[in-house]
Ligand binder design. Structure first.
Ligand code: KG4
Ligand code: ZN
Length: 353
């Protein structure tokens, strides 16, 4: 992808630090980004908090904020040391400003302000989903506008048409639960622990048959819905309780099939309505093997691109990349406000307000 440089800001490569703390992963990354937008990751660190939240069956916001406060300085030191770079050499810092847990976002923003102020380093507040939109570019530089993107994680399930930096058209979004949340709730009902999406998927993949058919949500709508599925699964689990362990795998397989089919159907529908050659899929659910194989099969001959597993989930390299692209296109750093809710399509290209 070529991001045309604009004005003086686009003349030189940028050394960019990214900071991510919107949910339960603390992450810091340092990138060198060429004037035309090609990124090189110099160092990155991600610290997951799942060992903290596992005892509560979900993310506890207060604990998450406290963990970010502890982790971000350590991760930043580690990244700078690995890359052999001094803070004062950094050209740009990007920090996730939303959407996410408000306390977690505030910790990241205040930390970034503390880092940048003494050296007058320009600081950009970055939209977390915009990070996911561009994450594939970290490893797949041939991704080109326009493309469709599906982001399916524990907090988000949405399809956007990406026409340029800051040019995003919402095509579909969930009306209730996110796909990862549906996987996790089903896993919880099956007694697989938290977060159980990957465990449910592993159990499903190891089970040969799909004996239960679950309702496909909102078949005629462009949008997603997963809460009805949760009710259906909970009834099925209750009804099958008498059949013991043996049916657990079969229920898991049916759940995975229903969620994957819903994601494939909506994305297929989007590709019929918008003229694109590439589809980029990211978020934690994109690690799902059935989803990967079904999308490649059902969307053929379109190219379906997945970021590496590390960059499918929350990371700071994607935040650094977006900060660099915006800085290269002449965006001005400004006051940063944490926003727990923030629609991607409300963003504009650099220099347009
Ligand atoms: O993007 P992510 O790491 O974190 C956020 O939600 O921000 O996504 C985590 C979600 C969880 O709901 C998890 O259960 C789900 O991704 N997940 C999976 C798989 N691996 C992770 N869902 C289905 N199949 C998987 N293999
Ligand atoms: Zn995310």
């Amino acid at each position: 992808m070529t991001i045309p440089p604009s004005g003086k800001a686009g003349c030189m490569e940028k050394l960019v630090l990214g900071i991510e703390s919107s949910c339960d992963e603390s992450a810091v990354a340092l990138l060198r980004v060429q004037p035309e937008g090609t990124p090189e990751i110099l160092a990155e660190e991600i610290s997951s908090q799942s060992n903290v939240h596992v005892h509560y069956g979900g993310v506890v916001p207060e604990l998450a904020s406290r963990e970010h406060l502890r982790a971000l300085p350590l991760l930043t030191d580690q990244v700078l040391r690995t890359a052999g770079v001094e803070l004062a050499e950094i050209d740009v810092v990007g920090v996730t400003a939303g959407p996410g847990l408000i306390g977690c976002l505030l910790v990241g923003i205040h930390f970034a302000e503390g880092l940048t102020m003494p050296h007058a380093i320009p600081l950009y507040g970055i939209h977390h989903i915009e990070g996911h939109v561009f994450a594939a570019l970290l490893e797949h530089p041939h991704v080109a506008f326009p493309y469709l993107t599906l982001i399916a994680s524990g907090g988000h399930t949405e399809i956007h048409l990406i026409e340029g930096l800051g040019q995003y058209r919402l095509i579909a979004r969930t009306t209730d639960d996110a796909a990862g949340e549906a996987f996790d709730k089903a896993a919880n009902l099956l007694g697989l622990g938290y977060p159980g999406g990957a465990r449910l998927a592993a159990l499903a993949d190891a089970t040969p048959t799909t004996p239960f058919s679950l309702p496909l949500p909102l078949p005629r709508s462009a949008h997603f819905s997963f809460s009805g599925l949760k009710t259906a699964i909970s009834l099925l689990v209750e009804e099958q309780a008498k059949n013991g362990e043996a049916v657990r795998g079969q229920i898991a397989k049916s759940v995975q099939a229903a969620i994957v089919q819903s994601l494939c159907d909506k994305l297929y529908r989007a590709t019929r309505e918008h003229n694109v050659r590439q589809v980029v899929v990211s978020g934690g659910v994109s690690a799902n093997r059935l989803l990967r194989s079904q999308l490649k099969e059902q969307l053929s001959p379109l190219e379906v691109i997945f970021p590496s597993p590390l960059h499918c989930t929350d990371n700071a390299a994607m935040i650094a990349l977006v900060a660099a692209l915006r800085a290269l296109q002449g965006a001005k750093p400004g006051n940063i406000h944490a926003q727990s809710r923030w629609a991607l399509e409300s963003l504009t290209p650099p220099g347009v307000s």
